[in-house]
Design a protein around this ligand. Sequence first.
Ligand SMILES: C[S@@+](CC[C@H](N)C(=O)[O-])C[C@H]1O[C@@H](n2cnc3c(N)ncnc32)[C@H](O)[C@@H]1O
Length: 443
Amino acid sequence: MSGEAQLEALLQIINTSARQAIAEYKKGGNDAPTINSTEFHPIDFATDTVALKKAVRLLEGACQQLCASLAPPQHTVINFAQSYDWACTGVVLRTKVADALQKYPKGLHVSELSQMVGLEKGKLSRVLRVLASKGCFTEVETDVFANNRLSLITLTSSNPGCLARIHAQDVSQGAEVLYETMTEPDYASSYEPDKAPLIYALKKKGLKGSFFDWMKEDAERRENYHRAMIGLGDIMGSLSVLHHYPWNEVKTVCDVGASIGTFSIPLAKMYPHLKITDQDLPEVLVQAKDVWTKDAPQALQSSQVEFIALNFFEESPVKGKDAYYLRNIIHDWPDAEAAIILRNVRKAMEPHSRLLIHDYVLTPASRKPTADYMGADVAPEPMLPNFGAGNSRMYQQDLNMWFIHNAKERTLDDSISLGSAAGLRLEKVYDLAESAVLEFKLA
Ligand SMILES: C[S@@+](CC[C@H](N)C(=O)[O-])C[C@H]1O[C@@H](n2cnc3c(N)ncnc32)[C@H](O)[C@@H]1O
């Protein structure tokens, strides 16, 4: 394809995928959102977002590829290095700017807003303008800001906002020392969880141990983290698995590392025939029982769910369940630890059991033969086969896992090798347009 033909093909993908996304928003008689929308759209928190996400993955990937092709290269690369959106987002999250604006739908001047949130008005205005220029908050007139559909994500009531706060406040400390941890001898070649970049940074502040030890220290931090896990599910659209996995074929499910029921509460509600076992560390199950009591009391009354404490490095989950579901678990751990978890789950499995690993699946940015993708989606030419920026969150999440845990997101080949070393065979890939479910059986 000539250069111009490639650019034309990208324009075509942008046009078609944007129209597909608009059609998804308009289903059910609603209008599609714009940058000025001030409320969430009903689809924003729908559980099945696969069709919309497939369209947006093409749209974001093709738009960035077109811009990176046509913009001066120095312009694009400086954009990588000087994106301080995370720092500005951190400021509005920590000072609860969106909460303060809730009573002022027509907007509030920074001179009043700054008093409410305790920040100097000139600086606050500059932070808000950075975000408003990318569609988060509206600058209704000079220095008057109002909430919009994107800024609502930064409300204290928002679970994705809890995750954004972890990134802006905590993970960024790891990012800051990335170079040091890649060059200092003790850290450079290590994949131990306590040699992660964030832990390097926190050790200087007195932390001993790993990220989860740090989490144990503080109840508020723990609560924010578990709400962030619900937010991560919303961001990844992982509840699509409720619609795209054959749950009617199984009767018993063990949610390994279940957190506060982020996945298994909606699962219990949608599939009342399932018997669910939630397993996690004992202190997490205390918080989990409170959440189930509030959100799904009928599941407790009918004994649809049971809670069994588990340390997945030291013991196996309950035996003989039809499905062992591990969402955002394996990516928390380097290979050695991930292998122990999988071996312990394998010991609990019987021939009818399946192990479901629900994480991101990374693909190289170079094209492979279609069969090698085992059913995972591949972007059309001339796009990068891994959808480029359309999948940017999974590559960023790979870095997050590195910064926090010295762990990683894995490619299909990585997961196949990890499973096979634990006596498991990959049977099927369910591509949910951002995350994927890998179904393993006993080898
Ligand atoms: C990233 S969260 C994922 C939670 C949940 N599966 C989800 O998708 O929302 C990781 C979970 O692993 C749990 N965990 C960490 N170490 C553990 C261990 N040694 N044994 C059992 N669970 C553990 C954490 O408490 C946390 O709930």
